[in-house]
Write a protein that binds this ligand. Structure first.
Ligand code: 8YV
Length: 318
């Protein structure tokens, strides 16, 4: 009897077809409600999840003791209760590397577009609110030569820093551990978070969502930033207090914001949707053909390895 793979929501064909050729595959669908996922996972050997699927005790119970692997269709895995998985001997895998360029490029795009107020400018034009060329209007910030502060210098943060290096930016970073290699190759200087907030023109978040990073950028942090600073978040929503960012934008205490992720997404608070100088995208960091197909293939590679009794290529350390 072939093993059963339960895909809580969806997996793109680049990975799905490989699984369907080998295993019995159940698919919840993009809109699968929690009840459906609880049903779908029953007796499965593998669960394919994604950031919109909380993998907790209840879901693991619904699966049953035969569950071997939770393969996340994402590099981030804050949706998964790692301890609960470890306690049951369930492996967890993710999809690193394949989305590094895509996500770093979106962070760069948000940095540039927020700094030049592209959403406000375009919306003024589309709504017929452009009175004509004005030398004083829409005067933004240049990335060239700016001080770029990277919070979390992992794979994506490092790639973003490399891209900014092409703009002759001065790089500073905050990280729980020193990154001597990045310091050598990029000339990046490690700062305490407070110092980084006070000195960076661009602040880009690339840290995981954990209790110690919850609302890393809150009202108190925003008091330290320069009023022209540009805040960019392509990591996870809970790192940022959106109401505090909206208030800082409204009151001119923050220059601009480029956000791709939101606490409680897909709900996005009215405060930030209405805020000026904010470029808002709907969690599309990894949304390139190459990255998303790569992620689907990586999910398949991890599932196939575990079901064939091999070590998965991308285990998440617990
Ligand atoms: C999306 C991401 O969550 O990989 C991550 O951690 O945030 C993004 O890649 C993913 O595409 C959703 O499946």
């Amino acid at each position: 009897m072939s093993a059963t793979v339960a895909i809580a929501r969806v997996l793109l064909p680049a990975g799905l077809e490989q699984l369907q050729q080998r295993f019995e595959v159940r698919i919840g669908g993009l809109d699968a409600a929690r009840e459906r996922v609880l049903e779908l996972v029953h007796d499965a050997d593998v669960l394919v999840a994604d950031p919109a699927v909380p993998v907790d005790e209840q879901l693991l119970d619904a699966a049953g003791p035969q569950l071997k692997l939770v393969a996340n269709f994402a590099v981030g895995y804050d949706n998964i209760d790692l301890e609960a998985c470890a306690g049951r001997g369930v492996l967890v895998t993710n999809t690193p590397d394949v989305l590094t360029n895509a996500t770093a490029e979106l962070a760069l795009a948000l940095s540039l577009s927020a700094a030049r107020f592209l959403s406000d400018a375009e919306s003024d034009l589309r709504q017929g609110r452009w009175p004509g060329w004005d030398p004083a209007a829409y005067r933004g910030l240049e990335l060239s030569g700016a001080v770029v502060g990277v919070i979390g210098l992992g794979r994506i943060g490092t790639r973003y820093a490399e891209l900014c290096r092409g703009f002759s930016s001065e790089l500073v970073y905050a990280s729980p551990t020193a990154r001597p290699e990045a310091e050598r190759s990029l000339g990046a200087r490690r700062l305490e978070l407070e110092e980084l907030l006070g000195s960076a023109d661009f602040i880009s978040l690339h840290a995981p969502s954990r209790p110690d990073t919850h609302h890393l950028i809150d009202a108190a942090a925003l008091e330290k930033v320069q009023p022209h600073a540009v805040l960019v978040n392509t990591s996870r929503g809970p790192l940022v207090d959106l109401d505090a960012v909206a208030a800082a934008l409204d009151e001119g205490r923050l220059g601009a914001a480029g956000l791709d992720v939101y606490e409680g997404e897909p709900q996005v608070p009215e405060s930030i949707r209405a805020a000026p100088r904010a470029v808002l995208t709907p969690h599309i960091g990894s949304a390139t053909v190459k990255a998303r197909d790569g992620m689907a293939r990586t999910v398949a590679a991890n599932v196939i390895a575990v079901l064939e009794g091999r070590e998965p290529p991308n285990p998440v350390a617990i």
